[in-house]
Design a protein around this ligand. Sequence first.
Ligand code: HEC
Ligand code: HEC
Ligand code: HEC
Ligand code: HEC
Length: 375
Amino acid sequence: MNHCIRISSLLVAGAALLLSACEQPPVQSTQTGYRGTSMIDLKHPATVKKLKAANAIPDVVPAAPADGPRANEVFQNIQVLGDLSAAEMSRLMVAMTNWVAPKEGCTYCHAADNMATDTYRKVVARRMIQMTRHVNTDWKAHVGQTGVTCYTCHRGNGIPQNIWFNDPAPQKFGWAGNDAGQNRPAKSVGRTSLPYDPFSKYLAGDASGIRVESTTALPSGNKTTIKQTEATYALMVHMSESLGVNCTYCHNSRQFASWEESRPPRGTAWYGLRMAGQLNKDYLTPLTSTFPKERLGPHEDVAKINCQTCHQGVNKPLYGVSMAKDYPEIQGIRAMPAVAAAANAGAVVGGAAAGSVGAAAAAVDAAASAVSGDR
Ligand code: HEC
Ligand code: HEC
Ligand code: HEC
Ligand code: HEC
């Protein structure tokens, strides 16, 4: 009898231990598709609570007047912020410090003895300002009116917490054989055995080749391999994990390829894939030689952006709260009088596409001096 009690109390203790590892019910389920399609979004209250806390917004820096002396009249080495008033530029410096280096302060980017000196971080930050403006003006198809700030990616860290480096399959056979770029329970792909680096394939600037399904019922010339399909699935797992959703947030899983049966977020995701690739290709990769060697990855490439860099487990970064709306300084280059505006617009397009920092900066300076000439 005593024996029985001991065994049953052991069983109860064991069950309690097992169950405590599970999420507490109730799990919240929201229907996202037509009835009967099993398109359901599941959220665990405990996870949502953690995410809400991690996505609190920092205080807004008080707005600065747009008139008054221009930044490049007051300061010596202004290459991209020439369209701002000196007051706005200083405000942006305070905001950038809060977003990127709250502990380190201004000297994270600046030499203590001379603010005009270019350090590597200042050169990177200058390009980051251009990149942020580019996302807010030219990628509205993805970021909508919400937009992004440095905080969307950095969250108070000099180096964003979610970045990726190239991780190709090993070129040599080691003692454990060659894993062919997969079969490692990698965090990047939700601890699945799928290829652990779908990013250098699809997020380095060319998002083609994601579609793998046949468009006909009978085999008729689809040459896509299982390996290619695995890479697509790896990317999809990354996307789902980054947004904290499951596949049916975008797809009707009876037909993954069908756009007619997909939900609108799939269209937004299509743009997101192109945007992330373009940012890596035109902004991050050209900075490779600017970074010191220790900031590069094992294959000497620069740290790059994926969906997780901005989203961090939520379908809309920071739960869709727009920080950018309070910062006209990073909404794109300020509207200017006709002549200057024309020069400026050319520079934005040319600068973003060709990655020519110098040309854009020169035109911004020219435009800004035209403005001050008018006053
Ligand atoms: C994340 C990097 C970063 C941080 C942090 C930062 N700055 Fe800057 N700062 C820049 C960049 C980039 C420029 C150049 C902008 C341009 O070229 O248009 C600049 C330019 C300046 C200039 C103009 C210098 C000159 O004469 O050309 C001043 C002044 C300045 N910052 C002050 C500050 C102050 C004060 C702080 C702290 C509150 C600060 N910055 C924090 C990146 C940063
Ligand atoms: C879309 C995401 C994204 C946005 C938005 C963004 N950054 Fe970055 N930033 C990155 C990535 C990725 C890196 C590369 C990480 C690395 O190796 O330093 C980086 C690097 C930097 C670095 C170099 C850090 C170091 O110590 O090496 C600075 C400084 C910086 N960003 C400033 C800014 C500023 C200022 C803004 C806003 C004007 C901004 N970033 C907006 C993604 C972003
Ligand atoms: C955030 C939206 C989103 C989520 C979540 C998502 N997908 Fe996708 N999926 C897309 C988009 C967008 C494409 C098309 C990409 C393109 O055309 O460049 C796609 C394409 C695919 C394809 C290729 C279809 C074809 O035409 O061959 C498959 C298969 C697929 N997804 C499976 C999945 C699976 C499995 C999951 C869950 C693990 C998932 N997806 C989660 C947006 C999503
Ligand atoms: C530069 C930051 C950034 C990156 C990188 C990024 N996104 Fe987004 N994404 C946003 C913002 C901001 C929104 C909110 C837009 C809005 O409020 O309309 C958004 C919205 C979305 C939505 C719509 C969600 C909904 O519920 O309607 C989807 C889907 C999405 N992103 C998928 C992706 C995927 C997939 C990737 C990677 C390939 C990606 N995003 C990369 C910033 C980003």
